[in-house]
Design a protein around this ligand. Sequence first.
Ligand code: TRP
Length: 334
Amino acid sequence: MDANQKKKVILSGMQPTGGLHIGHLTGALRNWVEFQDEFECYYTIVDLHAITVRQEPASLRRWTLDLAATFLACGIDPERSHIFVQSHVPEHTQLAWVLNCFTGMGECSRMTQFKDKSQKYPENVNVGLFAYPILMAADILLYQADLVPVGADQKQHLELTRNLAERFNHQYSETFKVPEPYIPKVGAKIMNLQNPTKKMSKSDENLSGVLFLIDDDAQIANKIKRAVTDSGNEILYREDKPGISNLITLFHIATNKPIPEIEQEFNGKGYGEFKKAVAEAVVEFLRPFKMRYKEIRANEDFLKELLKKGAEVARKVAGKTLQKVYRKIGFLQL
Ligand code: TRP
């Protein structure tokens, strides 16, 4: 790359709403770590988004630090990337307000995540939940992000972000970079151990099918031992064997062995023996992460200092964009 050419900007966010599981690590976070080599990265802990669903204050505070420690333990390097908490950068809510005034009610009510969540929490269908994607647009547009790595469930929100950016640019003048979605090469999807046709998710009802990154070794082994399997007794990666296929995926991720080799290795062996091997492999795979996590999480002063610095840098960048916006829409400048 030309030395004068600026690196492309990547921004992504994660909600501090509970422990992360192995799917976060092998899906999103592993990519986030890799992006650092090529891009200027902003990784934000989106606590403002989290409160669209009721949160217990002490848990929210704890989970925010947990998530920061998780980022670092995975290999996100605060010297190279900007890690910050969304609520520490008031420009997010400020730009979100402006964008609210450029978004149609219909655009928000069409969002499938809003529809899903209002069904799931009918007792708390609040305006924040409705405006959630507009706040997400603000997160992205403030940093003039070129690329936004998101899962399939967030693509619609990114589409709205692009529309809002174009709308504003068109009505005033070039202000926002119109971001592209970055759909990373998907690693193998990890399914819930108790319901192997459903993706592993931290909001699952059945948490005994979810492998949390901070589960202890015995918990991991137990969950894998109790994983739902399929009829028959062969260790084969096949569509009609979702339970065993999921365990093969886990073994593959933990050991890096190709799937046919795994099938070969366990040819003629029973489910029990295989599960034991998977449990051991996953425990070993998570061990280095857990050791780093424990050490980092124990040092709250260090984490807070790091988040403070992250927010300072973020505010400089975000403030510049917000000033431009305020000027263009006609807010009096003193
Ligand atoms: N809505 C995203 C999710 O739940 C989190 C998020 C908030 C985000 N702001 C963002 C993701 C900006 C990417 C960019 O997964």
